[in-house]
Design a protein around this ligand. Structure first.
Ligand code: SAM
Length: 339
C-alpha cells in the first residue's frame, strides 16, 4: 500500500512508553513533563491487535522505542507476542542501554532479533553532563552484554558541535572492539531539542571529512534498494559505519516509517503535528477491518516530507511551532513518539 508519493507502508516504530531514565540535553532536557495519562497507555494485547492490523497492510518491520522501552514493565512479554507473528520480518529495539545488561537475556529469549544502543560519548563527565545521570558504566555493561548476546549490533550517536564531535574516531574504535556498527545522527530540531541551533549541527559532510583525515579514503556502500535512514560507508580496512543525515540531506523521498505512541496515536512523519487516533476506535470495539480502513486511508493520503520542508526554510531554528505547543501536547515530544 503506497502513499501519495509512492512510499510503501513498511516500517512501524512503537513507542511503548513516554518515560525515560535519562534527561538528554537534546531530547528531554526538563525534569518533569506532561506525561501521557496511564489509563490511555495501551496494554500489550492492544499493541498486538494494532500490530496485526499494520501487518495485514504491509508493515513487516517493527522497532520498539520510547521514551526508554526497557522502563516498560515486562517488555520481553511484548517482544514474545510480536516475535511470534509470522508476517513480521524484523523486530528490533532501540535503548539507551542503562538497563540492558539485566534485561538482554530475557529479550533475546523472547525473540528480539536486533538491538541498537544509543551512545553519544565515551567520557563519564560528558555523559553525566549530557544526560544528567551518572550511568555510563551501566551503559558500558549494556554494550558488553549486547556484544555477548547478539554478536553484531548498532550504536547510534547524535553528533553535537562542541559536545562530542571530537569523539567520532573513538566511537568507531569502540564499535570495532564490540563488533558494532556506529551510526552518526545529525542533530535534529524536533521535539525537546529546544536549544537546537544550526551551529550545533555537525553535517554529514563534516563527519566524513573528519573521518577521512583520520582514516584516509572512505567508500560509500551502495544499497539502492535500502530504505534505511542511514547511508553506509566503509573505511579502507572494511570497517563500516553509517550517517543519518536527517538535517542536511533528508531522506523523506524513501521514508517508509510511521510511529505509534504508547497511547495509540499514529504519526506519519517525525515532524507531523497531527496524528491519527487509533486507541479510541480500538477501545470502542472497532473491527480489524475498520481499523485497517482507518490506517489505509491515513497512509494513502500521506504526503509528508517534514525534514525536507524544514531544510527548505533556509533560516532555521528549533521547530518553533512545536516548541510552543510542547507543553500542551506531549505527543509532539521526541520521547513520546519515539526517535
Ligand atoms: N531511549 C531510547 C534511546 O535512547 O535510544 C529510545 C528513544 S530515543 C528518543 C531514540 C533516538 O533518538 C536516540 O538515539 C536519541 O539519541 C535520538 N534523538 C533524540 N533527540 C534527538 C535529536 N534532537 N536529534 C537527533 N536524534 C535525537
Amino acid at each position: 500500500m503506497n502513499d501519495r508519493l509512492g512510499r510503501a507502508l513498511r516500517n512501524l516504530r512503537l513507542s511503548v512508553t513516554d518515560r525515560c531514565n535519562l534527561r538528554c540535553e537534546y531530547c528531554m532536557p526538563e525534569d518533569d513533563y506532561h506525561w501521557l495519562p496511564r489509563a490511555d497507555v495501551l496494554d500489550f494485547e492492544e499493541f498486538s491487535t494494532l500490530v496485526d492490523v499494520f501487518l495485514s497492510l504491509g508493515v513487516d518491520k517493527v522497532r520498539l522505542t520510547g521514551g526508554e522501552p526497557l522502563l516498560r514493565r515486562d517488555i520481553a512479554t511484548l517482544v514474545r507476542m510480536l516475535g511470534a507473528k509470522p508476517a513480521l520480518q524484523d523486530l528490533a529495539l532501540t535503548t539507551n542501554g542503562v538497563l540492558l545488561a539485566d534485561q538482554i537475556g530475557a529479550l533475546h529469549a523472547a525473540g528480539l532479533r536486533r538491538i541498537t544502543v544509543s551512545l553519544d560519548t565515551l567520557h563519564r563527565d560528558r555523559f553525566t553532563a549530557l544526560t544528567r545521570i551518572d550511568a555510563l558504566d551501566a551503559v558500558r555493561e549494556g554494550l558488553a552484554a549486547a556484544h555477548r548476546v547478539y554478536g553484531r549490533f548498532k550504536i547510534d550517536t547524535v553528533v553535537i558541535r562542541g559536545v562530542n564531535d571530537d569523539e567520532l574516531a573513538d566511537l568507531i574504535e569502540t564499535g570495532r572492539t564490540l563488533n558494532a556498527e556506529v551510526r552518526f545522527i545529525e542533530y535534529m530540531d524536533v521535539g525537546g531539542a529546544a536549544r537546537w541551533s544550526p551551529h550545533h549541527v555537525v553535517s554529514r559532510h563534516e563527519i566524513l571529512d573528519a573521518l577521512t583525515k583520520r582514516y584516509g579514503p572512505i567508500e560509500a556502500i551502495h544499497e539502492p534498494e535500502s530504505t534505511a535512514p542511514a547511508d553506509r560507508f566503509a573505511l579502507a580496512d572494511g570497517t563500516s559505519f553509517g550517517i543519518i543525515s536527517s538535517t542536511t540531506a533528508p531522506f523523506c523521498r524513501s521514508c517508509d516509517r510511521s510511529r505509534l505512541t504508547a497511547d495509540g496515536m499514529w504519526y506519519l512523519c517525525l515532524y507531523a503535528t497531527q496524528g491519527i487516533d487509533l486507541r479510541g476506535p480500538l477501545r470502542r470495539g472497532a473491527s480489524g477491518g475498520e481499523l485497517a480502513a482507518l490506517i489505509a486511508d491515513g497512509w494513502r493520503a500521506r504526503d509528508d516530507r517534514g525534514a525536507e520542508v524544514r531544510l527548505a526554510l533556509g533560516d532555521r531554528r528549533a521547530f518553533v511551532p512545536v516548541q510552543d505547543l510542547l507543553r500542551r501536547d506531549p505527543h509532539l515530544e521526541m520521547h513520546t513518539r519515539g526517535g
